[in-house]
Ligand binder design. Structure first.
Ligand code: NAD
Length: 265
């Protein structure tokens, strides 16, 4: 029997939704009748095509805002735009993220700063701007797309692991601050999902470790994941929709692993 999430007519922002997980989550929300503000980098014509197709396919409003997640004033403007376009903001999914793989002593400082800005600090700026809107509505959901790397580390990913652990800490703090409201804040911590971000890592890890891309998938990536398969978009969407719905109302400040058993080890 299909699950009724009761989200029709709500509105959501999904940062970094021009690709990968963000795009899939935006599509899953639109399929439930949620109006969605897309965000992310990419070719303007391709983004417009994605936007129009999503709106047409699901019969909802889909807009795009090109805020750069390293620019606080653009992030604030993105939040204000969702409110002015849709009249409300029910869900903020802080998803935009980048990766760089290198040993600490070879890690470019500008890459460190970029990863912390996009993967961690943007969630602060977006949440900061979204909270007054959600408080005025008396309800809201903030979901941070962290990672299994918000719970455990791997070598060569210092900035990413630091940012994602930071996201988990930020999630817990915000959750406590809003605990007596009908706003919740949770982190989703996926294991490996096959997206352009991971495809890039396969190439980078192969270089850093001096092994073939096939060996990286088998011996590095899926070696960490006991179920030996990539996490599926549908598995992430199931948790996101649950958290967004009233069914998820008592889940607050949680860092929820969807990682095939990786962090159980
Ligand atoms: P992806 O590369 O497919 O998508 C990243 C998105 O972020 C894109 O839309 C990109 O345009 C956007 N983005 C990058 N820099 C930006 C900036 N400065 N401003 C605005 N948008 C920007 O990656 P993905 O795998 O879909 O990752 C999405 C999120 O999931 C990230 O936070 C990532 O850390 C997390 N995650 C991914 C995996 C995985 O295995 N793919 C696992 C755990 C967590």
């Amino acid at each position: 029997m299909p699950v009724e999430y009761g989200l029709r007519g709500q509105s959501a922002i999904v940062t970094g939704s021009t690709s990968g997980i963000g795009h899939a989550m935006a599509d899953a929300l639109a399929a439930e009748g949620v109006n969605v503000l897309l965000n992310g980098l990419g070719d303007p014509a391709a983004i417009e095509k994605t936007r129009a197709e999503m709106a047409e396919k699901h019969g909802v409003e889909v807009r795009y805002h090109g805020a750069d997640m390293t620019k606080p004033d653009q992030i604030t403007d993105m939040i204000a735009t969702a409110k002015s376009e849709f009249g409300r903001l029910d869900l903020l999914l802080n998803n935009a993220g980048v990766q760089h793989v290198a040993p600490v002593d070879e890690f470019p400082p500008e890459k460190w700063d970029q990863i912390i800005a996009i993967n961690l600090t943007s969630a602060f700026h977006a949440s900061r701007a979204a909270l007054p809107i959600m408080k005025a509505q008396g309800r809201g959901r903030i979901v941070n797309l962290a990672s299994a790397h918000g719970l455990v580390a791997s070598p060569f990913k210092s900035a990413y692991v630091a940012a994602k652990h930071g996201v988990v800490g930020f999630t817990k703090t915000l959750a406590l601050e809003v605990a007596e409201t009908h706003i919740t804040c949770n982190a989703i911590c996926p294991g490996y999902v096959l997206t352009p971000l991971v495809e890039g890592q396969i190439a980078d890890q192969a270089k850093a470790r001096g092994i073939s891309p096939e060996s990286v998938i088998k011996d590095v990536i899926l070696a960490a994941q006991p179920n030996k398969r990539f996490v599926q978009f549908s598995e992430l969407a199931g948790l996101l929709l649950y958290l967004a719905s009233d069914m998820g109302g008592s889940v607050n400040g949680a860092a929820l692993a969807i990682d095939g058993g990786w962090t159980a080890q």
